[in-house]
Ligand binder design. Sequence first.
Ligand SMILES: [Zn+2]
Length: 386
Amino acid sequence: MDIADQNFVKKINQKLLLKEILHHAPISRAKLSERTGLNKSTVSSQVSSLMKEHLVYEIGQGESSGGRRPVLLMFNKRAGYSIGIDVGVDYVNGILTDLEGSILHDQQLKLSSNAPDVTTRRLIELIEQLISQIPSSPYGLVGIGLCIPGLVDTKERIVFTPHSKWKNIDLKTTLQDTFHVPVFIENEANAGAYGEKIFGTAKHYDHLIYASIGTGIGIGIIINHHLYRGTYGFSGEMGHMTIDFNGPTCSCGNRGCWELYASEKALFQSLQTDDQPVSYQDIEQLAKLNDMKTLNALRNFGFYLGVGLTNVLHTFNPQAIILRNKIIESQPTVLSVIQDEVSSRMDDQFSSHVELLPSSLGHNAPALGMTSLVTEAFLHDVTLSQ
Ligand SMILES: [Zn+2]
């Protein structure tokens, strides 16, 4: 084997060991050798490199199986920090996490304008504030991940956002030029799906669907543990599947799209009277008081979601669907209506094996998905670049 090949093998081994330490720490060198099949001297020299890179450190001593008690290895989650930003239609949620995804700091913004230049300026200020909270560490900020509810192509350019009407915006280059760290841009439902897959109740599932139900409806698709993005990155726009071919015209150009009936926006519109907007608190309070109009609207919301989710289940046959919506997370009756609707429309063979679950991460799911994409890219690059 020539030197280039030997170096490549070393890097692959180092990456494999880091992954084992990440998932199974505290762990001894002997156990690492057993789990990876690498010999003890390779483990020992690669662990030394990882310690020099500040990614791994030693703690006390573990259980002995006879003889000297082994020293245990830990992943250094504070070697660097990651920023995740979820840009909504009228809000921004920013978080700062360590390399294991624990949130150290979070900050929200209300957006009064959707103009790309105004939003970009406010995003830069928000990121600066999050950076000022980073504790001193070997790598500091390792990257920024940002998601938006719209089409993001495979080069991470924002192609189109249906609600704020952004077109062909290269936010990735702007943020990279401003902060000099890797920047990742992703669709919001994809980011949420990834967040739930890594940190949420869905982490044990191989195939899952994440449905983000807000101003519109988008889904994120995880197949065999990986995000499925489609050829150009536009998969999961199921809010625009037709559920009524004679229905009203949608902003996408189609008619009778699912999100015109089943989005949170549709629910709010159905409850509003005389242009008086309805709030989450109003809905919660009126539901508690058994207000008939509110209860009917919530039932319709569940009904329309059940109709569309039946199509989603027939298409993907996932192990679980995670539903991200504040009202579903706080009103269990909506979830039961959805479940009943799905069961009444599908054969038991399909519906009895799938779990319909409210999001366990709530509004942080997309931002957490982004910080974990950032961290994965950092760990990949740092082990392969030594
Ligand atoms: Zn549409």
